[in-house]
Structure formats: C-alpha cells, structure tokens
Ligand binder design. Structure first.
Ligand code: SF4
Length: 217
C-alpha cells in the first residue's frame, strides 16, 4: 500500500475552495455593513438592496428583474417595493416601453439615501483602491472569468455588463492591450475597463451574449 508522506500542508483545501471561501467572507463583511446601514435607516436588508439596484437607472426597472437579481420570488420583491414606495424612496409608474407594465425608479429622497449608503460602504472601496494597480487589474479579470463560468451554469442573474451589451464589440483588435471596442462611445475597451454595471448598457441578443461570456471564460 502506498503511504504518502505527511506534510504540514496536507490538510490545505484546494485553491478553488479557498477562493470561494475568500469571496464568501468578503461578501459577509459587505452584507454586515449593509445590514448595519439598513437598520440605522429603518429598512430591512432586502429593501436596502433594492435601493442599491435602482441606483444609476435612467430607465424604469421591472419588478421581475429585481426579483431575479435578489433571488427572491416576485411576491416577496413586491412586498419590499410596496414598503419603499410608502416610505417615499421609490416611485412606481408606467414603463416607458410598455404602457401596460409598470416600472420603478428612485425618488430624490431615495437617491439621497443611496448616496449615504455608498458612503457607509466606502470602506470596501477604500480597501480595493489601496491595492496595487496590477493586482486590481488581475483581480477584476479573475472575477469576470469566474462570473463567466457561473453564467454557463445559469446561476448568475443578468448583469448590465459589457459582455451582455449590444454596444460591445469583442476582439476587434486581438492580442492588443485593448482588444474590445465600445460602439456607444466609439473607443477601444481595455479589459481593465470592462464594466459590470454600466448605466448605458443595452442588452444584446442571447446568442451573442452567450458567445461573449464563453469567449471570456
Ligand atoms: S461601456 Fe457600457 S455601453 Fe459600452 S459596451 Fe460596456 S456596457 Fe455597453
């Protein structure tokens, strides 16, 4: 019988497992910060997350989209939205693109509250900003690649990311420092500038989106 030599590192989990643990810990810290802020503002965590998701939205957001982003049922999202509307933080009106549907926007009061929320969660931004530029670039690319893998399993909700945007032109200059292009601003798009949540995003067709994420993964 083969007996493997014992080393002090035998019990170390795989690097993939440790990456997942690290992401999970960072996410717990962010969630705790969000809960602390939400409690102080008399909101529950879901309401605070909805306000964050409505940030920087020039067009109204559908309830079904919010529910998918939060991984909750439309009924549960609807209860939270109703509470936010009654607090005067969210406005519900007819959707611009479909007169029979309704959509949601932040009110001025809601925008002010989200501004306070971003300041309260600024500790995470500060920590990321303190990293070396090269580490930041590598981390961003690594996270995009991880999201691309998760997209394959359809466990990740739709993002307003470059890779799902109709203005994104993939690999127009392969091998260069800025291989992609944004047709909206008509400029090369270096990987470090790829966006995860872009206010100008317009969804591309599902086949192109799938191709973009697969090419990136
Ligand atoms: S920067 Fe914005 S508009 Fe341009 S490709 Fe990316 S998501 Fe689309």
């Amino acid at each position: 019988m083969d007996i493997k030599p014992e080393t002090p590192w035998d019990g170390t989990p795989d690097i993939s497992a440790r990456i997942v643990v690290a992401i999970s810990r960072v996410s717990s810290v962010l969630r705790a910060g969000m809960w602390e802020f939400a409690t102080a503002e008399n909101l529950n965590p879901t309401q605070a997350e909805i306000l964050q998701l409505l940030k920087d939205r020039s067009t109204g957001v559908r309830l079904s989209w919010l529910a998918a982003q939060l991984s909750v049922s439309p009924a549960s999202a609807s209860d939270s939205v109703a509470a936010l509307v009654s607090k005067g933080l969210v406005r519900k009106a007819r959707a611009e693109d479909d007169g029979r549907a309704s959509a949601l926007w932040l009110t001025d009061e809601g925008k002010a509250l989200v501004g306070r929320m971003m300041s309260a969660l600024g500790f995470a931004d500060d920590a990321a900003a303190a990293l070396d530029t090269q580490v930041k670039d590598q981390l961003l690319v690594g996270l995009f690649k991880l999201i691309a893998q998760l997209q394959k399993s359809e466990r990740f909700p739709a993002l307003r990311a470059c890779l799902s945007c109709r203005f994104f032109e993939a690999n127009v200059d392969p091998g260069s420092a800025a291989p992609h292009h944004c047709a909206l601003v008509k400029a090369p798009l270096p990987i470090a500038f790829l966006r995860i949540d872009c206010a100008e995003h317009q969804a591309t067709d599902p086949a192109t989106e799938r191709r973009n994420w697969e090419a990136f993964a």
